[in-house]
Each structure stands twice: as C-alpha cells, then as structure tokens.
Design a protein around this ligand. Structure first.
Ligand code: NDP
Length: 401
C-alpha cells in the first residue's frame, strides 16, 4: 500500500484526497500539503468525517524547491500528485527529481507572466526523469485526462484510425452567482481569453478568442452554445496520434458569462501585466481573482450537470464511422459525496485514478508521459467504478460543422 503526497488544497485537491481515502487498499497513507495549511486541515477534517481515514497535513510553498524537496524527504511518498496551479509544475518536478519521487499533475506548465501553456517545458524533463528511473504522468484530470483516454479507447476498440476528433466540454451547472468560474479563476480566464487554436492537416489554425460558435444538444443538459478554444491536450494528442487530421476543442459558456467576461476584458481587468495602484504593483487578473467567489465555495449552491466527451470519426475495416463517448456528472451528487461541485469532481476523480494506476504499477515507465501513451482499459474500468461512468454511441455520420 502506497504513500502519496498531494500538493494543493483547492477543489480538485479536496476531491482527489477524499477519493483516495475511500480506497485505502490502494492508498495506504495520504499526506496533503498546500500554501495555506488551514485549507488542508479543513479537507482532512471532512475526510475523517466521511471516511474515518486520517490525513497528515503540511504547509508548503511549492515554488520553493529546497523546501519542497525537504518535505518530500520528510514524508517519503512514492508519488507526488500536483494539484496546485500550473505555475508550480516545474518547481515540483525539480523537487521530485531531487528527492527521487514520481510525479503526476492535471494541468501543463504555464509561465506566470505569459498566458501560454505548452508541453515543451515539461517534455524537456524527459531525460532527467528517465535517468533517475522515475515516472512523470502529465494531465490526469478530465480535460486533459479522460478526454485523451476516451480517444485512445476509441482507437483501441471502435476505430482502426481516427481522422477527426472533437472534444466537447459542457458545464450545464448553475451556481447562482452573477459571475464565477468553476475552477481557479485566474487559470480559467487566462485560458478562455487566449486565441483559439485547432489542429488541421499538420498545422495550427489560430482564430480570435470566442469567435467561432456552434450550438450542440447535450444529453441531460440540452442545447448550449459552445465556443472553439485552444486546450493543452490538442498539442499532446497531435504529437502522439499524428494520424488525426483535425482536432478541435469546444467549451460551452452562457450568455451572461460571455457578457461579464467581455466587460472585464474591455476595462482591462483580465490583464496579466503589472499596473501601479496607489504606489504598488498589482496584476489586475490576480486582483479580480481575489474578489470573485472561490470555486471551492460554489459546491453547496451549484445545480445541474456536466457532459464532457469526444466525437471521433475514422475508419473501421475500411468503412467510415463516427462515435460519441461521454460522461455526465451531476453537481449535487458530486457535492453530496465529497463536498465539491462537479468541475472539481470530474478532475479530482481522474487524478485519483491516474495516481492509483501509477502506485500499483499498472501504468509504469521511466521518463515523462502523456496519458494517451498508456493502455486506456484499466483507466476506463476505474472511471466506471469510481463515480464517472461513461457511455459510447455510434452517430449517423460526422459532425455537420
Ligand atoms: P484552486 O485555486 O481551488 O486550488 C489551488 C490550490 O493550490 C490552492 O489550495 C492554493 O493555495 C494552492 N497553491 C497555489 N500556489 C501554491 C504554491 N506556490 N504552493 C503550494 N500550494 C499552492 O484550483 P483548483 O483546485 O480548481 O485547480 C487545481 C489544479 O487543477 C489547477 O492546476 C487547474 O488548472 C487544474 N485543473 C485541471 C482540470 C482538468 O480537467 N485537467 C480541470 C480543472 C482544474 P491557496 O489556497 O493558499 O491559494
């Protein structure tokens, strides 16, 4: 039974730690560290109440590599599950190398002063992890994460080759707030306001943010507007599944969200460069984060469902076929089980599953890996068993748009 250290005590960290504690046969000991120890203690209290398991908690600034290395040497986990922010990824990978510990995360590295996420920084750790005999698994959340596993499962079981892949991310939940984001507001707004990019015949096609829109009828949610966006799994899927001609990512947003975001952008509140306010430098987006509701606080009021999945068109035995594979998750059920809404739940459960496959040696290797490099079957089985059941159906033909 393995000892793991989770870093980051937000909504995703909370779900992952609750789900690990529900599987004590896999996770013998769980430690949780974050910048604010009181948040770790609150999660530990909830875990104790819901599962009877005890979680050790620690304060850490994960940007401090020496302090994080010392913590790893003290706790001696076999795996660090990084559920802090993308800015911490490289620092935590450095600490893992220094202490000889395996690594996993759910979001790829992004420099704090540039809204640009790319795998190149983390892929550059390949040789160092290999030489150290350690494994790093990148992106075991829902998207990235489950959506890439869905693609490899379709390729393994339903299609010989995939020609087009569309990832459709719908949050049909209502949190009752005028404007709030369902995961870290700073990361969410940086992602949504970045130019859209999709992969077409070996090239990236860039379009201005939130300008390409389609309406799609999501099961259990209904018709929603969804917008073409860039998302990090497009890069790794294009790299690892080079046969795919076109890969696109779509996310739904309500009109109120788009209106608020447009105003915030127009007045400069989403800027990530420093401005002087009363003689002090502040970053407008970080200030905005401070006044918006914490995603972890939205659980109690959020109602509705998420529906996230992939539509893939390709050939099977020479005949073109299209499959839709997706999961529907209910916000209130997720809250009832772990005290967090479905966006945290749909990320925290796959984080637990990725960690479980690593610590049991079911997924193993030396170096830095994306999730689509492994056999999807054990992951898909665990999704069904641990709260994110999926469905697959054949569609009459490819998407009309
Ligand atoms: P939150 O902002 O709710 O939580 C982040 C946590 O990390 C907070 O507890 C925060 O501490 C802590 N943290 C921040 N900086 C540091 C630091 N330097 N050292 C130690 N701890 C730190 O975010 P979420 O839980 O919503 O998201 C967590 C991660 O999951 C993010 O990387 C996000 O991008 C990713 N994600 C991935 C998804 C996927 O499907 N792949 C979907 C949704 C999220 P404090 O409380 O003090 O601020």
């Amino acid at each position: 039974m393995a000892k793991v250290l989770v870093i980051g005590a937000g909504g995703v960290g909370s779900v992952a730690v609750h789900k690990m504690a529900m599987n004590p046969d896999i996770f013998g000991e769980i430690a949780l560290a974050s910048r604010t120890k009181a948040k770790c203690d609150a999660i530990a209290a909830s875990v104790k109440e819901r599962t009877g398991q005890t979680i050790a908690t620690y304060q850490i600034d994960a940007d401090d590599v020496a302090a994080t290395t010392a913590l790893l040497n003290e706790v001696t986990p076999v795996l660090v599950v990084n559920l802090a922010l993308p800015y911490q990824d490289l620092h935590i990978m450095d600490a893992c190398l220094a202490a000889g510990v395996n690594y996993m995360d759910t979001a790829n590295y992004e420099p704090i002063d540039e809204a640009k996420f790319e795998y190149k920084w983390q892929w550059a750790y390949q040789e160092r992890f290999k030489e150290a005999g350690l494994m790093a698994l990148l992106g075991s959340g829902f998207d990235p994460g489950v959506t890439s596993v869905f693609a490899t499962w379709l390729k393994k079981h339903k299609l010989d080759t995939i020609r087009t892949l569309d990832i459709l991310d719908c949050n049909g939940g209502d949190h009752g707030q005028h404007f709030a984001t369902n995961f870290n507001p700073e990361i969410n707004i940086r992602e949504v306001t970045a130019p859209a990019r999709h992969w077409l015949n070996g090239e990236w096609i860039e379009t201005p943010a939130l300008t390409i829109r389609e309406n799609f009828d999501f099961e259990a949610v209904g018709p929603k507007n969804m917008y073409l966006m860039y998302h990090e799994e497009l890069e790794s899927l294009a790299h690892h599944l080079p046969e795919i001609e076109r890969i696109r990512f779509w996310m739904t947003f309500g009109d109120a969200y788009i209106t608020h975001l447009t105003v915030l952008q127009n007045v400069g509140m989403t800027r990530i460069d420093p401005v002087i306010y009363e003689g002090k430098e502040i970053i407008p987006l970080q200030f905005l984060k401070a006044v918006l509701p914490e995603p972890a606080s939205l659980g109690a009021t959020t109602k509705g469902k998420t529906n996230i999945g992939d539509i893939a068109t390709g050939l099977k035995d020479g005949v073109e076929k299209t499959f839709y594979i997706y999961n529907i998750c209910d916000h209130e059920d997720a809250y009832h089980e772990t005290g967090n809404q479905a966006v945290s739940y749909t990320t925290g459960v796959p984080a637990m599953i990725g960690a479980a496959l690593m610590v049991q040696g079911i997924w193993k290797g030396e170096g830095v890996f994306n999730i689509e490099q492994f056999d999807p079957d054990p992951y898909m089985d665990m999704l069904n068993k641990h709260g994110l059941p999926w469905q697959v159906k054949e569609l009459a033909g490819p998407l009309a748009f």
